[in-house]
Design a protein around this ligand. Sequence first.
Ligand code: HEM
Length: 464
Amino acid sequence: MNENVGKFEKKKLGKIFLTAPGPTTKQMFSQLLRARKDPAGFLVDMRKKYGNVVQFPLPILPVYLVTHPDDVDRVMRVNAKNYGKRTIQYENLALVTGDGLLAADTDTWKRQRKLIQPAFHHEAIMRVGPDTVLVTDRMLGKWEKLSNNTVVDIDDDMMHSALEIVGRSLFGTDLAGDVEKTAQATLDALDIIVARARTPITFPKWIPTPNNRKLAKALNQLDGAVQRILDERKKMTGVAGFDREVDMLDLLLAAHDEEGGLNSKELRDQIVTFIVAGHETVASSLTWTWWLIGSHPEVQLKLQKEVDEVLKGRAPNVKDLENLSYTKAIVDEALRVFPPGWVVSRRSLEKDELGGYEIPDKAVVIISPWATHRHPDAWKNAESFDPTRFLPDSPTPQKGTYLPFGIGPRMCIGKDFAILESVLMISRIAQKWQLSPAGGEPVPRALVMVRPEGGLPMYINRRS
Ligand code: HEM
């Protein structure tokens, strides 16, 4: 144990011990409104006020906020085996995704990750390229019908496009006709997860409260979408790899180990997981990226210069990724300033020590990419948007400082997919269009993802 441990005098609170500094119960109550209105900003404030390890005064459960890069690295990577996912956040998520890869804990997760990983290998995600261009061009076709200086809701456009891309790239389907309803169902389901996480009393799923009824309707829609995806696949007469390319669904259906393949419940859970995890995340990231580009004209000019020089008017493809280094740096930096997944959580299996404080077993540890990306030990001028931090010749970020996709064994399986999709989509739009803010500064609303409150209105203008 570190010698600093003794510096905080342990105190008893209800059934637990307080082992690290943090607000008192009274201080916590006075902050509740702020915590509900702006939870991500609240976590940053907590770090500023109480330090790198903060304990919240809950009398029945030890809950810690850990923000220093070294401690984050320990929880998520170095000592990851000591931290599982049995937390309220992931238990609520499991109401929607079941035991899919994102919410599954330790042993179930290990088997699944091994089975599914090949579906995200380099070659397997190559189809993201043409699908992204096709879907982006479809969206731009709609913009073509609008006159210059029209205001569009970028958040809305990104949400729809991201869902279509996931549907096409992973499951070889347009989710056509279903996009609107499936997008809404995903959002409704996620809203309820947040509502459940924020309410001290939640009713079991079978009691027909308004929220439970909304959840049941959303799950019905998602299950319907999964069924249609599977039915469509059954109808396909061609053999994968012969008259069409292998996609993720083929790989999921073929995945086998000594225990067999994925059963129909496991298959459902994975498909819903990928719709949920691969849709709003990318959309949120693209939306904030456009806000940052639009509000930094010098960045937009450099972006335009790069896409003009590299692409010379043709559509981007996967091979362009390495040459679109400024575009990629914009995406990386936007993910630092506005990480869509602003909070993740873990449960300690055994006692540990973080930042000099004792962390008991069965404690909840909150990690916030949002707060760590704003930690002065992680980034200089953390609040300012500066894509040059991520240019190829810039130093690699120190461990634990950059975690929009998480780090360690539970790191996002869709990272390369998301980066590829984002760079190709941004570059395709920037070839022909210039965007600028049409409203005031957007207010980040941290629910499951961080999205701009009330959407993101932007002017669209043809470049010429
Ligand atoms: C910008 C886009 C994305 C962001 C910011 C993002 C963020 C994250 C984060 C932070 C985690 C780790 C959660 C934790 O440690 O508790 C994660 C895990 C995961 N993500 Fe993503 N994600 C993105 C895109 C995607 C896409 C496109 C897919 C699938 C198509 C996907 C599927 C998953 C899955 C399945 C996991 C769980 C992995 C595991 O535990 O083995 N994500 N993501």
